[in-house]
Design a protein around this ligand. Sequence first.
Ligand SMILES: Nc1ncnc2c1ncn2[C@@H]1O[C@H](COP(=O)(O)OP(=O)(O)OP(=O)(O)O)[C@@H](O)[C@H]1O
Length: 230
Amino acid sequence: MLKVISIWNLDHYFGDGSLRKQVLFNINLEIRAGEIVILTGPSGSGKTTLLNLVGGLRSPQSGSLRVLGQELCGAGAERLVQARRRNGYIFQGHNLHGSLTALQNVKMGIELHQYIELEEIQTRAVQILEQVGLGNRLHYYPDQLSGGQKQRVAIARALVSYPQVVLADEPTAALDSQSGRDVVNLMQKLANEQDCTILMVTHDYRILDIADRIVQMEDGKLVNSNLAAV
Ligand SMILES: Nc1ncnc2c1ncn2[C@@H]1O[C@H](COP(=O)(O)OP(=O)(O)OP(=O)(O)O)[C@@H](O)[C@H]1O
């Protein structure tokens, strides 16, 4: 099956000179199309760094990191920007624009894709907000929505452009147990419908069951990438 993400011998360092510090060590990981992979491990073990490298939010320095066939190691700014545009992102703090409504926030998720007509953008944005159960909250601003509702808007925004890869960093951290469960169920459902691959960082043991595979990190290394979901 097609490998959507292929990582070989990836190292990563922060800082320069005497402050240079290695934070990722010889990472090897392959993720197939449609897989949901959870990245877990102690604080500071390198999960967010790895996720950001896969997303093109940082430039990989050594080894090989291919996403959808594109090599990101050694990629220039332009190739990284293109790579970022192909992914959907869901972060812990939802990162919605406070001055935009739910609908406007979601529309921003596709406006970057200039080949899509304005009318189509509107239709898709409304449709996906209905799918996440917010059809009656289209014109609400983030501070008029609950934490779970905001995170559902963020999911809608991440998935509205039908990305092949979705990267999520602690998407349930700010949510109570029921809202967290609702949010990941929704991610799983939409990902199945759109056949996209999800790489998710989480400490939330309550949601591990949605993973096809759980990958554990410790001190910048993958310690187990073949655990079946619990
Ligand atoms: N911008 C940066 N500059 C320097 N060091 C950094 C930077 N970002 C992360 N680090 C260091 O890299 C290591 C890995 O951090 P990272 O945030 O990837 O871990 P994590 O597993 O995601 O942690 P957490 O679960 O607490 O979010 C840590 O030692 C951290 O201090």
